[in-house]
Each structure stands twice: as structure tokens, then as C-alpha cells.
Design a protein around this ligand. Structure first.
Ligand code: AMP
Length: 397
């Protein structure tokens, strides 16, 4: 019997899962999929490692499967699939580990209680991330569970990069820059030594461009600065999030438009970004293929914000040796990569157009002073690896 790890990533209405099986001392991807529409019209779909649909189930409109039913269905289906391996643990993606968790942690009731403290810091994600953990602790208390955090990787940021220019009392109370997408950056940092030794040991900016977008400055593979901050709405323009705005705008909306907290939350998280500026879509593919000038404006602003933030991260690093593109847009959009690199020509980076068009991985020209890469991220593998190592005692929490 070989070891298998189940990775769960629970959102407000969906739970994504991936199974990894140990083979020859390494974790190999197995089945994966998701249960979505948990409170409206549930649907379960599972795919093989090669991407073929291997199971599907839909429930009637109005069915409430909830997180309880979703986890139960995924757990039951996954157990049936594991013929020659046994489930040794579950790894969870948890958005916020605050200052207490700079490493993954084995979960028990007291750890869950301490993670509930961070719900006010990530109200749209943290409660949903915790639900499957609580359920499994109740129903399968002997099944080991591990939480891996989006914030942990950034705990290596120097103190000054984590600080807002607010009174010290607020900083001490936890109002500081945490940074997110850490599991993605950690994965990229883990593969860089095999890809580009100079990028691994030097100064690299990673662009995680997806529905949620951020950028991270790596020095010797450690995070030293990132564009997300106290929350995941800070920094770059995203699919539906506005990214950095003058905090005075929020005060104006409250005073002059009478907007309350929930209305502003909806505006800056769900109605802004590519969707808000274009009025068409939050999907980069749709906007790149659209003739409406508002679509072009949204893409231009997305790129302009990257250009500005890139300058800031290079300043934090004191120079740059490599650029890495990852996530949905970064891995798939040659046009976006080409435009980012053209904007960054002043840094000494130039593109190999053919390599970029064919998906890299190296997309910089042979004589480019700064190398550029497109590398697929794998947050799930990162979570599975941490979980497996921690349960084997090869990693401490
Ligand atoms: P993610 O959140 O990492 O899954 O990324 C989702 C984003 O990637 C969406 O905005 C998609 O439109 C975008 N995306 C995926 N494939 C492409 C592509 N071929 N060209 C441009 N954008 C893409």
C-alpha cells in the first residue's frame, strides 16, 4: 500500500480537491475535481491526472448540499478510487495564518480556534477554508489534517516591508501587510533552482496573474516584498478586485454616496477590476478578443498597474535578474507576457517572440540581460508535499 494525500481548497460555494499518490519517494498527481454550487445547484466533477472526466453528478436546482454534503461526497468518492493506496492525510489551503503560522501546521481543535481569530482579516475566505477541517475533525478524528497558508511564505519579508505608516498600536494589533498567493510563490521558488540557477539565487520577480493577481519579489528564493497586503484586494488590478486605490476614495464613497461596509466590500472585491473597467467581463480571454474600446482600456490598465508595481518591486530588490510569469493569464497569454516584457525593456529584458508564442519555458532572448520564464504553478502539489512531509516528521510546524 502506498501513501495518498487528499488536498482540499474550500471556497464559499465550491470545494476543489486533488489526490496525490506516493511513488518512488515522490508525490504523483492522481484524480482531481470539484464540487460546486453547493448551496444552489450542486455539481460534482472529477478528472483523471490526464484531464479526462471520470465522474460527474448533478443535483436538482435548489438542493442544498452545503460544505457538509460536499466534503462527504468528495471523501466517499475518493475512498472508492484508492485501490492500491491508503489515505494518510488531508492538506488544506487556508488563506490566513497571521503572524503565528509561518509554516504549515497539524490541525486539532485548538489550532482551529486560533485560526478563527483570522476570520475578520479574511472574511470572504477563511470561514469557508475552515469548514471542511471542522467537519473532518468531528467525523474522522483519527485522519491527520494539515493547514497550509497563503500568508506563510511572506513572513520572510523584512519588518519594514510589512509595515503601514499607521500608528504603532495598529501595527502591533496586526494591521500590517501579510501578502498572499504564498503557496504559488513557494512552488515557483522550489522549481527555480532546476530552471535558472541565477534566478534561484538572485533577484526575481514572480507575476502570479490569474483571476486574483499579485507579484512577489524573491531574493535568493525568499519573499522580500509583494503587492498584496493586509488583504488580497491590495496591489494589482484583478478580475473583479480593484487593487490599490487611494483610501480617500473609500471615505468619499461612505460620506458622499452613503455606502456601507458591505456595499463597499462588494464594489472593491466583486464589481471592479477588469469587470468594472470594461463593463464586459472579468475574463482576460474575453477582453483580449473583444473589439469594444472599454475592453482595451481594461487590459491597458491591467498592464499599466503591472508596469508600476514591477518598478516598485525591482526597487525593493535593488535590481533584477529574472521575471517569471505564472497562473491562468501568466501561463496562457502570450500577448500579456509580450506587453509586460515590452514595458519592462528599461530593466534590460527582451523577448524571444517565437519561444513566447510557443509557451516557453524560457521566453527571453538569448542576449537579454534579465531572463524571463513562464512556469506553471502548482499550489496543490505544494500543499500535498508539506502535508506528507509534516506527517512523516520530515518537516516541523
Ligand atoms: P486563474 O485564476 O489562475 O485560474 O486564472 C484565470 C484567468 O486566466 C482568467 O482571467 C482567464 O481568462 C485567464 N486565461 C486563461 N487562459 C487564457 C488565455 N489563453 N489567454 C488569456 N487569458 C487566459
Amino acid at each position: 500500500m502506498t501513501d495518498a494525500i487528499l488536498v482540499l481548497n474550500a471556497g464559499s460555494s465550491s470545494i476543489k480537491f486533488s489526490v496525490f499518490e506516493a511513488q518512488g519517494g515522490k508525490l504523483e498527481p492522481g484524480v482531481r475535481g470539484q464540487a460546486e454550487g453547493l448551496y444552489t445547484k450542486p455539481r460534482f466533477v472529477a478528472k483523471s491526472a490526464a484531464g479526462a472526466v471520470v465522474a460527474e453528478k448533478s443535483w436538482e436546482e435548489g438542493t442544498t448540499l452545503g460544505h457538509v454534503g460536499g466534503v462527504a461526497h468528495i471523501g466517499g468518492w475518493v475512498s472508492e478510487q484508492l485501490a492500491s493506496s491508503r489515505l494518510v492525510g488531508v492538506g488544506h489551503r487556508v488563506v490566513h495564518g497571521g503572524l503565528d503560522y509561518s509554516q504549515p501546521v497539524r490541525l486539532d481543535a485548538s489550532v482551529v480556534t486560533s485560526l478563527e481569530k483570522y476570520i475578520p482579516l479574511a472574511p470572504l475566505h477563511q470561514p469557508h477554508n475552515l469548514k471542511p477541517i471542522e467537519l473532518l475533525l468531528q467525523r474522522q478524528p483519527d485522519l491527520p489534517q494539515v493547514a497550509c497558508f497563503d500568508t506563510s511564505f511572506h513572513r520572510s519579508n523584512p519588518e519594514i516591508a510589512q509595515r503601514f505608516a499607521l500608528p504603532a498600536e495598529l501595527h502591533d494589533a496586526g494591521v500590517r501587510r501579510y501578502g498572499f498567493h504564498g503557496l504559488s510563490y513557494e512552488y515557483i521558488a522550489s522549481v527555480l533552482p532546476k530552471v535558472d540557477a541565477r534566478a534561484a539565487s538572485g533577484r526575481t520577480v514572480v507575476l502570479h496573474l490569474g483571476n486574483g493577481s499579485s507579484m512577489c519579489a524573491l531574493a535568493g528564493g525568499k519573499s522580500v516584498a509583494s503587492t498584496m497586503g493586509f488583504t488580497a484586494v491590495e496591489g494589482l488590478m484583478m478580475g473583479t478586485r480593484c487593487g490599490a486605490i487611494d483610501p480617500g476614495v473609500i471615505l468619499y464613497l461612505m460620506d458622499q454616496r452613503g455606502m456601507d461596509t458591505r456595499a463597499i466590500e462588494k464594489l472593491i472585491y466583486n464589481q471592479s477590476g477588469l469587470l468594472g473597467v470594461s463593463g464586459i467581463s472579468s475574463d482576460m480571454r474575453v477582453l483580449l478578443g473583444h473589439e469594444d474600446p472599454r475592453a482595451a482600456l481594461a487590459v491597458d490598465l491591467f498592464l499599466y498597474r503591472i508596469r508600476r508595481e514591477l518598478g516598485s518591486l525591482v526597487a525593493a530588490l535593488g535590481g533584477i535578474d529574472a521575471l517569471v510569469f505564472t497562473a491562468g493569464i501568466g501561463e496562457n497569454s502570450a500577448v500579456v507576457r509580450e506587453r509586460v516584457i515590452a514595458d519592462a525593456a528599461w530593466l534590460g529584458v527582451s523577448i524571444d517572440a517565437a519561444a513566447n508564442a510557443s509557451g516557453g519555458p524560457r521566453i527571453s532572448a538569448a542576449d537579454s540581460k534579465v531572463s524571463a520564464w513562464t512556469l506553471p504553478t502548482n499550489e496543490e502539489l505544494m500543499i500535498a508535499t508539506h502535508t506528507w512531509r509534516l506527517l512523516q516528521g520530515r518537516e516541523s510546524s
